[in-house]
Ligand binder design. Structure first.
Ligand code: GUN
Ligand code: ZN
Length: 644
C-alpha cells in the first residue's frame, strides 16, 4: 500500500493508497476539530490542495450528537471530504487531561464503523520525563493493543495506525519499532513527541526518530504525531518521516502567532509580514490587527497553512534535486536547538550512511562548518583513510591547490609533464581532506563548492598515520621531480590509476585490480577525458560524465563476476524475473530473493539468478532492507540485459 517513487537518502516521495484514494507523501494532514470549523474542508481541498485530513474520533465519540451523525452517515460525509481521512483515538487527550474514558477495543471499532481510512489504536502516551520502567510498560501495552487490532482487523478495509512509543529511551523506541514491524502493519506514527517539540528539545526528537526508524526498518509510511511546525519538516523528512498532522496552524493562529520555516512571530510584534501568501499579500499588519478576533484567527490559520504547504513543496522539490541536506542545514539555523541536531546526526553517521547515495546529480554546496559532517563527505573521507590503496610503489607527492583549479589533475598534468615516468602517488589538499589525485573527478570531489580552500589539517595527520605512507613530499614545482632519485620507466599510468581507484571505491576491493588486468585502451573526448574503457579489446566500462563513476558494460560485469571472490554488487532474483531482466525490463522488489547489504541507492549492480547466472546490469533504487520491507515497486533499473 506504500511505494517509494523518488528518494534522497532516507527521505522519500511515496504513494500511500487508502480506500478513499492515494496520497503523495511527504504530506501534511491538517487537524479538523469536529466541534469547530475554522477553515472549511472544501476550501482545504480546493484552495490548499490538501489531500488528506485527520480528525479525532474520541471527540466525536464523546458527543452524543456527533457520534450519531458519524455512525449514520460516515466520517466522509460528516466532514464533507471524500479524500482519505485519518482518525486519532483519544491518546492525546490522555496526555493533556490525564485520562480517557473509553475501552481500546471500543474506540478502534468505532473508527472502523464510521469509515475511517486510517484508524489509530488507543496507544499509551509515553512522556519524556517517564521512568524507563514506566515507559517500557506503556510501550509493551501499546504493542499488545496493536497485536489485538491486527488479529481483529487484518485483511479488512481501512488501515490501522500502530504508534511507536518509548519516551526518550532509544532502545525502547527501537524495540517498539521492531515489534511493530513484526506485526506487519501498514501505518506507523511516532508518538509521544509533542512535549519534545513544545520544549524545543529537538536533539531528543531526532534521537527518538532515528531509533524508531532503526527498529521499523524501511516500513512505512511513518507519521510524526503532532509535528505541525514547518521549521522541522525538512529535518524530519530527511530522517524518513512521511506524514505530518497539524493542529498547530489553528492553535498558533488562536494566540496570534504566524508560522514561518525560520520560526514563529507574533502579530503584535510585526510591522512587516514578509510573506507572499494570499493572506499577507491582501492585508497589511494593521489590517490584520484591526480585524475581529474570529476573522483574524481564521486568516492567521490560513497563513499558517499556506506556509506549511509551501515548505512541504520545497522539501519535495529538494528530494527530487538531491539537495535536501542543504535545505536542512539552512533551516536548522532558525534556532540553536535545531542547529544542535546536526551533531546528533553526525553521531548517527553509520546508520545514515546506509541510505546515502554515492553520488548526486547536483553539486554539493557548503552551507557552513556542519556541511563537513554530511554522510556524503564522511564516506569518501573514511574510504581514503582506511580503504584506499595507493596504486604506485613510490613516494607520495602532496599538492596544495585552490578549488578554482578543479579538476586538479588536468591542471597538474601540465606541470608534471609525463606522469608515467615515475612510480609516484599523488595527493591533493582539498576542503574535504587529502584526496588522491586520481579521484578528483568523482563526486563529491569535483562536484562541490566550498566557501574555503582550507583543508582540515587533522585529516592530513590521520592520513600520514597510515602504515603504507612512509614517504610524503610536498610539491614545490618541477624541481621536486628532479630531487627524486630514480625515474622509473614502468610506472603505472595515471589513467590506469584512475580506473583502479575509482573501481575500488565504487564497486569493492580488488575490483580495480581485475578490471585493469590486461591491455587497457581508452576512448577519450576532445578534452582528454576518458569516456570508455577497453580491456583486451572489449568495452568494459563507460565513465558517467556528471559524477566520474562507471557504468558497467557486459564484459566488465563478466570479469567482476568471474574473478572476484565475493562481489558486493549482487542482486539475486527468481528465474522468471531474470528472464525479463535479461530482456532489459526493470527489477521489481517482489522478485528479489537476495541482495548485497553494501549496495546503496544509485549504485551499479549485477543481477543474477539463484544459480549465479548473470542476467543484467542495473542501477539500484532500494537498499536490501527496503527490498525486504516492500513487496511492491521498483528495486533497480535495468541498464543492460544479457540475453543468451
Ligand atoms: N497525538 C499527538 N501525539 C500522539 C500520540 O503519541 N498518540 C496518539 N494516538 N495521538 C497523538
Ligand atoms: Zn502569509
Amino acid at each position: 500500500m506504500f511505494e517509494i517513487k523518488k528518494r534522497d537518502g532516507l527521505a522519500r516521495i511515496g504513494e500511500f493508497t487508502t480506500p478513499s484514494g492515494t496520497v503523495e507523501t511527504p504530506a501534511i494532514m491538517p487537524v479538523i476539530n469536529p466541534n469547530f470549523e475554522l477553515i472549511s474542508t472544501e476550501k482545504l481541498k480546493e484552495e490548499f490542495d490538501i489531500q488528506v485530513l485527520i480528525t479525532n474520533s474520541y471527540i466525536i465519540y464523546q458527543s452524543e450528537e456527533l457520534k450519531e451523525e458519524a455512525l449514520e452517515e460516515g466520517i466522509h460525509s460528516m466532514l464533507d471530504f471524500s479524500g482519505p481521512i485519518m482518525t486519532d483515538s483519544g491518546t492525546f487527550q490522555s496526555h493533556v487531561y490525564g485520562d480517557v474514558v473509553v475501552e481500546p477495543e471500543e474506540i478502534l471499532s468505532f473508527q472502523k464503523k464510521i469509515g475511517s481510512d486510517i484508524s489509530t489504536i488507543l496507544d499509551e502516551f509515553t512522556e519524556p520525563d517517564e521512568t524507563e520502567l514506566d515507559a517500557e510498560k506503556k510501550m509493551e501495552k501499546t504493542v499488545q493493543r496493536a497485536k489485538k487490532a491486527k488479529e481483529e482487523f487484518a485483511g479488512k478495509e481501512g488501515h490501522t495506525a500502530f504508534p511507536i512509543q518509548g519516551s526518550v529511551y532509544p532502545h525502547l523506541r527501537e524495540r517498539c519499532g521492531e515489534l511493530m514491524k513484526e506485526l506487519d502493519g501498514d501505518f506507523y506514527p511516532i508518538g509521544g513527541v509533542v512535549p519534545l517539540m513544545e520544549d524545543y528539545k529537538f536533539s531528543e526528537l531526532v534521537k527518538v526518530i532515528v531509533s524508531s526508524k532503526k527498529g521499523l526498518g524501511a516500513k512505512g509510511p511513518v507519521h510524526l504525531f503532532g509535528a505541525g511546525h514547518p521549521m522541522i519538516y525538512s529535518l524530519a523528512v530527511l530522517l524518513g518521516c512521511d506524514l505530518f498532522d497539524s493542529s498547530s496552524y489553528a492553535k498558533y493562529a488562536k494566540r496570534g502567532d504566524l508560522m514561518y520555516p525560520e520560526g514563529t512571530k507574533n502579530l503584535s510584534d510585526l510591522e512587516h509580514l514578509g510573506c507572499e501568501c494570499p493572506v499577507c499579500t491582501s492585508h497589511t499588519t494593521e489590517e490584520l490587527k484591526d480585524l475581529s478576533e474570529d476573522k483574524r484567527e481564521e486568516l492567521l490559520a490560513e497563513h499558517n497553512l499556506w506556509i506549511s504547504r509551501k515548505e512541504m513543496e520545497k522539501v519535495k522539490q529538494s528530494i527530487v534535486e538531491g539537495t535536501l541536506w542543504e535545505l536542512v542545514e539552512r533551516r536548522v539555523r532558525g534556532h540553536p536547538e535545531l542547529l544542535k541536531t546536526l551533531k546528533v546526526l553526525d553521531d548517527r553517521y553509520e546508520y545514515l550512511e546506509k541510505f546515502e547515495p554515492r553520488s548526486r546529480k547536483r553539486a554539493l554546496f557548503d552551507t557552513g562548518s556542519e556541511t563537513y559532517w554530511r554522510p556524503a563527505i564522511k564516506r569518501i573521507q573514511d574510504w581514503i583513510m582506511s580503504e584506499y590503496e595507493p596504486p604506485a610503489d613510490g613516494p607520495t607527492i602532496l599538492f596544495e591547490m585552490d578549488q578554482d583549479k578543479k579538476p586538479y589533475n588536468r591542471h597538474l598534468r601540465e606541470e608534471l609533464g609525463s606522469m608515467e615516468d615515475h612510480e609516484l602517488n599523488y595527493l591533493v589538499e582539498t576542503p574535504i581532506g587529502p584526496v588522491p589525485l586520481e579521484m578528483d573527478e568523482i563526486y563529491p570531489v569535483a562536484q562541490s563548492i566550498f566557501s574555503s580552500d582550507k583543508m582540515p589539517e587533522k585529516l592530513l595527520t590521520r592520513y600520514k598515520e597510515r602504515k603504507d605512507i612512509d614517504n610524503m613530499i610536498r610539491w614545490e614545482g618541477k624541481k621536486t621531480l628532479d630531487s627524486l632519485s630514480q625515474p622509473h620507466q614502468e610506472g603505472i599510468s595515471f589513467d590506469e590509476m584512475k580506473i583502479k581507484t575509482t573501481a575500488d571505491y565504487q564497486f569493492c576491493k580488488e575490483a580495480g585490480k581485475v578490471l585493469t588486468d590486461g591491455t587497457l585502451e581508452f576512448v577519450k573526448n576532445n578534452k582528454g577525458r576518458i569516456k570508455n574503457v577497453m580491456l583486451d579489446g572489449e568495452h568494459i566500462l563507460s565513465v558517467r560524465h556528471y559524477d566520474g563513476f562507471f557504468t558497467l558494460k557486459k564484459p566488465g560485469a563478466q570479469i567482476l563476476w568471474a574473478k572476484l571472490s565475493s562481489p558486493k554488487m549482487r542482486i539475486e532474483v527468481t528465474d522468471e524475473s531474470a528472464k525479463f531482466n535479461s530482456e532489459g525490463k526493470n527489477v521489481f522488489a517482489k522478485f528479489v530473493t537476495e541482495m548485497s547489504g553494501e549496495l546503496r541507492p544509485g549504485d551499479e549492480a549485477i543481477v543474477v539468478t539463484q544459480d549465479d547466472e548473470i542476467a543484467a546490469t542495473a542501477r539500484v533504487f532500494l537498499t536490501k532492507e527496503e527490498v525486504q520491507a516492500f513487496k511492491r515497486g521498483l528495486a533497480a533499473r535495468t541498464r543492460e540485459g544479457f540475453e543468451t
